[in-house]
Structure formats: structure tokens, C-alpha cells
Design a protein around this ligand. Sequence first.
Ligand SMILES: [Zn+2]
Length: 386
Amino acid sequence: MGKRLSIVGSILLCFSLLGCTSHHALESLKMELQQVQSLRRLLPLPPGLYDYRGAVHVHSFLSHDSQGTKEEIVQAAKIAGLHFVVMTDHQNPDIFKKRFGGIHDGILVIQGMEISLPSCSRRPCTSLLAIGLSSYFDPSALSLKETLDTIRQQGAITFVAHPRQEDALDLDTITGMEIYDVLDDVLDKKWFYPKLFFDILYSHKKYAEQVFLSIQDYPEAHLALWDRLQKRRKIVGIAGNDAHQNTRVLGRQLDPYATSFRFVSTHLLADTLSETSLLAALQSGHAYVAFDLLADPAGFLFSATSDGKEAIMGESIDFTPGQTLTVQSPQEGLIALIKDGKRIFQCRCAFLTYPVAGPGVYRAEVFLQIQHRRRPWIFSNPIYIW
Ligand SMILES: [Zn+2]
């Protein structure tokens, strides 16, 4: 009896220690983030360009695996400070019968559809996000090529979600791919679930956003694939929020839309908040991915200057001697410059200039040092120097 009591006592002690550790770490993360965010600087963008923050890859009650309403999505977008949302419910005709594209309470909603690919060996399956569709078509009756042609004929653009099947990416009509997807990040590290479970059990009520942040990782495989594909052709990188608001554990809603939207986002540099303007920015790669829950990245810019002219991320220019690359960041961090998939320069700074040594695909990453850990914060789209 005494032995049994001491085992129960040890287990309870163990649980309360884990609870205390979880609480302490998350409180310190919250405090440190507030400190970092207080140092943010306001930065100018090139004339006529504005930074529009949005969530791409969002599901609602029009998908079989979500109950989210239009009102909840718009309200959450406002709370998260978004300017736009790209709806990508799973393929079905109701998406277009009950669509809610257009401006709602100041939030631009762009209509899209998530299309499953027939073959899939590893979950979540690679799929296509058709963005800017005007009407429904049934992709299950079409070949992949016919599907992509139909999307293009409607004036829409295609991004690859959950990019795990490389063969689905090597297609001329695809605009880009997710370089980070929330679901991929969660499913790729099951070893982490016990710790996550304790954080949810003990700390979710008080530190919901910090618990959500604990899933964040450097998307190494996605970025490696992206860099590899960029050698063949331009592929625009976006974030996949894959927001469903459908995960409850121990009675706690782990993925409310507002937190999913704040966690990671796709920023577009465009002239106006209109569907035409944002789709053009998306197609051009005038975009970067950022974990906004760490700090507000608006004002970030990756550009190249030659002969007094400026090119921004997503653009292509011819190589000429004397060109420089510039990264400006609203927070000091570790800024890394990548050329053809390899890191060529880095500094702990908020502003970086670098002389271009030759043609290549250049992009920038920014990391923030938080809790003795280097956290990925921003991934720019590349500048292509030929
Ligand atoms: Zn999805």
C-alpha cells in the first residue's frame, strides 16, 4: 500500500513539475516576444507599394473537415490584422453556390478551391490550390494537365499545397508552392506530441498563442525542394495556413482561425487591396512568408539595385557589374542571404547590402533570437539575376 502511494505521489510530483516547467517557459517566451516587438521600426516601401498581409489556404463549412462560418473567418481575419483571405475549400460545387468572395468588413476574400491529386503515398497528400477561380469544374473527371489548363483558362493561378510529391511540381502552368504549411510542420514531428500534450494540458488556457508557436520549425525539406526547383524555373513561395478550426484536444480549441492567421502569413507587395492587384502580386512573387506571431514583419523588403533602378523580390534582372542586393528588416535579427540554395552571407543586423558577384537565384531569410533559440521569422521570394 505504502509503495503504491509513493508511486502515485511520484507520478503526481512529476506531472506538477512538468506543468511548472511548461508554464515558466511559455511565460518567458511571452515576455521575450513583447520585448522584441517593442523594438520594431517603421520602414518605407518603394513608392506606390503597400504590404498586404493574408492567409492562403483556408477552409470553412463548405469543406467536409471544417465547421467554420463566413462570419467567424472574417472576424478572425480582423483580429489577426489581415487584409485578405484566400478560401480553398475542398472541391465541391457548393463552394461556388455559396461563395463569399469580395470585400467583407474590410477583408478581401479571394475565391479558390483545393484539388486533390489522385496518387498519394504520404499524408497529408499533395494537392493543388486553384486561386481566383470564377466557377466550379469537376477535376475528378480530368487529367492533371486538363485540370491545370482549366484553371488557367479561368484566369486563376495554381499553387502546390503539401509539396511532397515532386512530380506534381514540374509543370509549366504552376505558379508556385507552399514553402511552409502548418499541417506539414505538425505531422512531421510526432516525437514532439508528448510535450505538446503537456503544454495543452497545463498552459493552453493562459498561453494559447505561445503553445501554438511551439510547433514552429525551419521548413528545411520544403525550402530545399523550392531551391532545387528554382534552378529550372521561377516558382513563387507562399505560406499554407491550412486553417480549419477543427482541432480540439481536452476540450480546448487548438487552432482557432485568429491564431492560425496570426501564426504565419503571406505578405504581398501591391498597389491596391483588390483581387486583380493581389493576384498579380502573387503571380509575380512580390511576396514573402512570415511568422507574424513572433513579430510584425511589415516593412520588410528584399531588393536589388542596378544603375539607379530597383527590382524587388519576385523580379528578374540581367546581371551587370556593380549591382547590389539589399535587405531591410523592421527588427534586428540574423539576416541570411541565399544564392542557388546556399547561404553566402549573414549578419546580425536590420539592414544588409551585398555586392552581386554573378548571376544566380538570390533570396533572404531573417531569424530572431528568442529564448536562446534562433527562430525563423521571414522568407523572401527570390530575385532572379540572369
Ligand atoms: Zn487544405
